[in-house]
Design a protein around this ligand. Structure first.
Ligand SMILES: C[S@@+](CC[C@H](N)C(=O)[O-])C[C@H]1O[C@@H](n2cnc3c(N)ncnc32)[C@H](O)[C@@H]1O
Length: 512
């Protein structure tokens, strides 16, 4: 198959690009070549560039070893790039050398896209979704609290028009646009925006006032449509992809629109459901080294932590009233683990991973023998017992996370409206035997929704565990502070899902 030029917008850490560019055609070639990735946030941009570099060197054993040296911290990124200057320059060019913003740096971005399109003989695709804050349900409830907030003045609402601008310039055969579920119901001036968004995407040239831009048919990737051009046949919820049905260990529900240029005489297939539903959290992360949390707001000390956990185990036995039931005591096994670290680097246990294939092959890197971005954060001492309670409760209740009403009084946080119902879900354990709930960028804030299922570890998930649930390969290195890394992971499209989307696009372009 001919090479396909990929233009990656609002690229984040690069989940969508990673998955799509990994697709292999029948001859063993990888046809999707990322020409440009545009990202404005500096830590995500750094991650994106490091990964672009990795993709360029990964077939060379020697260069891979140098990359491992970098992610293990024994050489700097500058030293790595100096060792492989050509690939480093090419990776930097791919991500425009610096963080760039659509809307602000359009001259430079549009010129690059023009040049790429002019120099490429073969199909091209545009991928990526405008940021979701303005559409997202959470964003809306936050915005509702802002005095004089007017959705129509929030420029993020209209960032999708920047996307249309690029479509008008590149006129790709196909585009893949991702967004949060809230885009289906977002309103401006009381009017639901989604039908208008669809209308705009079908005719980008009209919006951008560009002549000779072909129109697009918009397809769902999960529901066959008879005539997708006719809005009557489109049910907005048909665009919702439930990632857990496609081999992702996480209930992530996102809107993905597949635009196919009007002159393409081929109809895309839909994604194949995986027969591995659900992939549990434990099978996805259980092989990663156990860790302890730290204390925030007081000096972190391992002995102090261990004695707190031992006291908590006794209190928990009392709270759960299990001490007389030997079977339950064994099931819970609250005996504290000793000598846990807050950070693990060696990944000696990966052979024990129970991740089902093909996800296992996708995630693990047997040459790395190292765990990246696997470090816990600190929690308030009071929260450690709550975390242990949540994890133990889920173990005793077939994976159900406790609601606030299930908390004993002595564990209730001092929250004026703890009992009001608005905080029913203040703490959530990611149960061992179920798929995870959506990994969002909120994980960067406090971790209460992302409690590890092991009551002895008393902590929220690490960046690496969140990355596993998002199906980022283990050798994907997240740059920036830990908070920034969490945001990047929470924002991304699961690369394993993206690969399946890439296969649909590859088949479509192959047929055409
Ligand atoms: C939902 S994330 C994208 C995730 C990405 N598709 C992936 O799979 O990893 C949206 C990204 O758009 C970036 N962004 C927001 N406004 C932007 C702009 N005007 N230009 C470029 N990037 C922007 C944000 O920093 C964020 O990283």
């Amino acid at each position: 198959m001919k090479d396909v030029l990929v233009i990656d917008l609002f690229a984040g850490p690069g989940g969508l690009g990673e998955g799509i560019s990994s697709c292999t055609d029948e001859s063993g070639n990888k046809p999707f070549k990322i020409g440009v990735s545009v990202e404005r946030e500096s830590s995500a941009h750094k991650t994106l560039t490091t990964r672009a570099f990795f993709r360029k060197i990964k077939d060379s054993e020697k260069a891979r070893k140098d990359y491992y040296k970098y992610v293990r911290g024994s050489i700097t990124r500058d030293e790595l790039f100096l060792l492989h200057q050509e690939e480093a320059q090419s990776a930097l060019a791919e991500t425009l050398h610096e963080p760039r913003a659509l809307g602000k740096d359009n001259e430079l971005i549009h010129k690059r896209i023009h040049d790429l399109v002019k120099g490429h003989r073969g199909p091209r695709i545009v991928i990526g979704g405008p940021p979701c804050q303005a559409y997202s349900l959470a964003g809306r409830s936050r915005n509702a609290g802002i005095k004089n907030y007017k959705a129509e003045e929030d420029h993020r609402h209209f960032l999708y028009k920047e996307y249309l601008q690029v479509i008008s310039i590149a006129q790709p055969e196909v585009f893949v646009m991702e967004n949060v579920r809230g885009i289906l119901s977002a309103k401006v001036d009381g009017e639901v925006m989604f039908p208008q968004i669809l209308k705009d995407l079908r005719n980008p040239g009209l919006v951008t006032e560009t002549d000779d831009v072909l129109g697009y048919k918009i397809y769902s990737l999960v529901v066959d449509a008879d005539d997708p051009k006719d809005p009557q046949y489109i049910n907005p919820s048909d665009f919702l992809i439930r990632s857990e049905f496609y081999g992702v260990p996480q209930a992530r529900h996102r809107v993905i629109l597949l635009g196919v240029r009007d002159d393409i005489d081929a109809i895309p297939t839909t994604l194949n459901k995986s027969d591995q539903y659900p992939i549990s959290v434990e099978s996805a992360i259980g092989d990663l080294p156990a860790l302890r949390s730290g204390f925030s707001k007081k000096k972190d000390d391992v002995k102090d932590w261990e004695s707190t956990i031992s006291e908590n185990a006794i209190r928990l036995n009392r709270i759960l009233r299990i001490s007389n039931d030997q079977e339950l005591v064994e099931k819970l096994n609250l005996a504290p683990l000793s000598s846990l670290n807050r950070k693990a680097t060696l990944h000696s246990n990966f052979q024990s991973a129970t991740i089902p294939t093909p996800l296992k092959d996708w995630l693990l890197d047997k040459d790395l023998n190292y765990v990246l971005n696997h470090e816990t954060r600190g929690h308030m001492a009071d929260d450690l017992l709550r975390y242990a309670f949540c994890a133990a409760y889920a173990l005793l209740n077939n994976g159900t996370s406790p609601k606030s009403r299930d908390f004993p009084n002595q564990l209730a946080p001092k929250h004026a409206n703890w009992d009001s119902g608005t905080h029913a879900d203040r703490f959530r354990v990611q149960s061992a035997n179920k798929e995870a709930t959506t990994v969002t960028s909120h994980i960067s804030k406090d971790g209460h929704y992302f409690i590890h299922y092991d009551p002895r570890q008393c902590r929220s998930l690490t960046v690496r565990e969140a990355a596993r649930l998002q199906t980022f390969p283990d050798n994907y290195f997240f740059e920036g502070t830990r908070t920034q890394q969490y945001v990047q992971v929470g924002n991304a499209v699961p690369p394993f899902l993206a690969q399946q989307i890439g296969k649909v696009v590859m088949k479509l372009l192959g047929n055409y």
